[in-house]
Design a protein around this ligand. Structure first.
Ligand code: TGC
Ligand code: FAD
Length: 392
């Protein structure tokens, strides 16, 4: 793969809106990605293998629980710093950002928000350093966009719960130490349970043959009469709103992350357009290629503004779930369009692993699907503005 020459586009001087701490956090994440991710990621993606050696460094740059309080091992940062870290990680690879998102927003967040003090102290510090890796089990084979229909269930057996069912498409599952699993009790109410590797009847087979997120491990979670200790139930929130609350945090991070992937594709295509000569002039001197680049930088700038404003609203506790849906949907779609155009701009070279673009493009096909599909987020916006849920 070519050396990482990335230069971040900032067309509207948005750095002026960031604090010194934001810039320090962002620059540290950027430097780490250049040093630890860019040189190896193509090879791991080609081999369909998660680069486990980067886990410790991810913890060190605040990639695990950036906004979780310091007393639990988190970095205690604000929502804009969290977003900037996600942007930089996904600039390297969406699969690496997935590992970070799942650990931070789908495992640490519910333990922090819905767990008790013993659970926080037991799990969060080890998750913050990456000593333990977690995964999040919501999706089932027959319930993807409609998680409320889930059939995974647990029964109260007096001194423990008995968990049965299966989850599918679970990021980090094959090597996770713990899983935050959403299941229905005997009354049909959804609760979160912490399931630990090694519990009898719990297995995590890996999902193979993915053409997307190849550097992220995906798997199933199978529960065959798993005895879960009662102290592993998250006590402070139940109902579908509990897992959906975690998704708000993860979808917000993805909205920033997608900008990172888009920036990398734009930056690569811009550089290539100045170097690649056809018909005796750089392809960047042609109107058709300039149209692509001009539209890319326009869309990146709009997405940066949208996301920065959303970060301010999150810091103030005023961001709505529907606003987060809009940003996730817009920014991932924007990144996918840019990746496709950038790939074309590189001609034949665009399909090779010499450049990051095709890997970003394939990764984004998962990002546009997980955490709520493109269509589901459109329906969330539609419901928000009309008041009519069109899902059912
Ligand atoms: P609905 O009746 O609308 O809502 C049920 C309850 O949930 C509340 N709620 C929310 N709470 C917090 N945050 C949100 N975003 C919320 N959205 C809804 C709602 O107020 C209600 O509460 P209550 O107290 O009245 O019961 O639910 P519904 O069944 O009609 O479904 C709504 C819909 C379709 C929007 C929702 O199911 C949905 O978002 N579906 C998409 C599923 C999804 O995103 N799955 C993601 C799985 S995890 C994943 O993909 C990880 S990838 C990780 C990586 O690698 O990065
Ligand atoms: P479906 O829900 O079957 O949707 C199929 C199509 O129908 C989509 O285009 C959808 O938009 C459309 N559709 C569905 N309902 C409607 C409707 N009412 N109106 C109009 N169109 C509709 N899940 C987890 O729980 N944890 C994870 O860690 C996790 N990681 C993932 C990693 C990867 C690589 C992938 C691909 C997925 C992951 N997921 C995870 C699952 C992901 O959240 C689901 O794939 C996603 O929510 C969509 O569900 P589905 O695949 O079952 O598609």
């Amino acid at each position: 793969m070519k050396p990482d020459l990335f230069q971040s586009p900032d067309y509207y001087l948005l750095d002026d809106l960031l604090s010194e701490e934001h810039k320090l956090v962002r620059d540290a994440a950027r430097a780490w990605v250049k040093k630890e991710v860019s040189p190896i990621i193509e090879e791991y993606a080609q081999r369909a293998e998660f680069p486990k050696q980067i886990v410790k460094g991810l913890g060190e740059i605040g990639g695990f629980g950036p906004y979780i309080p310091v007393e639990y091992g988190g970095a205690g940062l604000d929502q804009i710093s969290y977003g900037l870290i996600m942007q930089e990680i996904e600039r390297g690879d969406s699969g690496v950002r997935s590992t970070s998102s799942v650990q931070s927003s789908l495992v640490m967040y519910p333990i922090w928000k819905y767990g008790n003090e013993e659970q926080r102290m037991k799990y969060l510090p080890k998750l913050a350093t990456g000593e333990w890796i977690g995964c999040f089990g919501l999706t089932e084979p027959d319930f993807g966009s409609n998680p409320g229909g889930m059939v995974t269930n647990f029964k109260d057996m007096g001194d423990h719960y008995l968990l049965n069912g299966a989850k599918m498409w679970i990021s980090n599952a094959p090597f996770a130490d713990i899983a935050v699993v959403w299941a229905k009790n005997e009354e049909g109410r959804i609760h979160g349970l912490i399931v630990e590797r090694g519990m009898e009847g719990f297995s995590t087979p890996e999902t193979h043959n993915k053409w997307s997120l190849r550097a992220s491990a995906t798997g199933e979670l199978i529960f065959d009469n798993v005895k879960v200790p009662k102290e592993n139930l998250l006590p402070n929130k139940s109902g579908l709103g509990a897992p959906l609350g975690c998704l708000d945090s993860a979808r917000y991070g993805i909205a920033w992350g997608a900008i990172g992937a888009a920036m990398d594709c734009y930056d690569t295509a811009l550089r290539y357009s100045k170097e690649r000569i056809q018909f005796d002039k750089p392809i960047g001197a042609t109107q058709l290629q300039q149209k692509k680049l001009a539209e890319m930088i326009t869309e990146i700038t709009k997405a940066q503004l949208l996301t920065w404003r959303l970060g301010v609203l999150r810091n103030e506790g005023r961001a709505t779930s529907a606003q987060i849906s809009m940003a996730k949907r817009n920014n991932v779609d924007m990144a996918l369009t840019i990746a496709r155009d950038a790939r074309q701009m590189l001609g034949g070279m665009g399909i090779t692993g010499e450049y990051s673009i095709m890997r970003h493009m394939m990764n984004l096909e998962s990002v546009v699907t997980y955490e709520g599909t493109h269509d589901i987020h459109l329906l969330i916006t539609g419901m928000d503005v009309t008041g009519f849920p069109a899902f059912k």
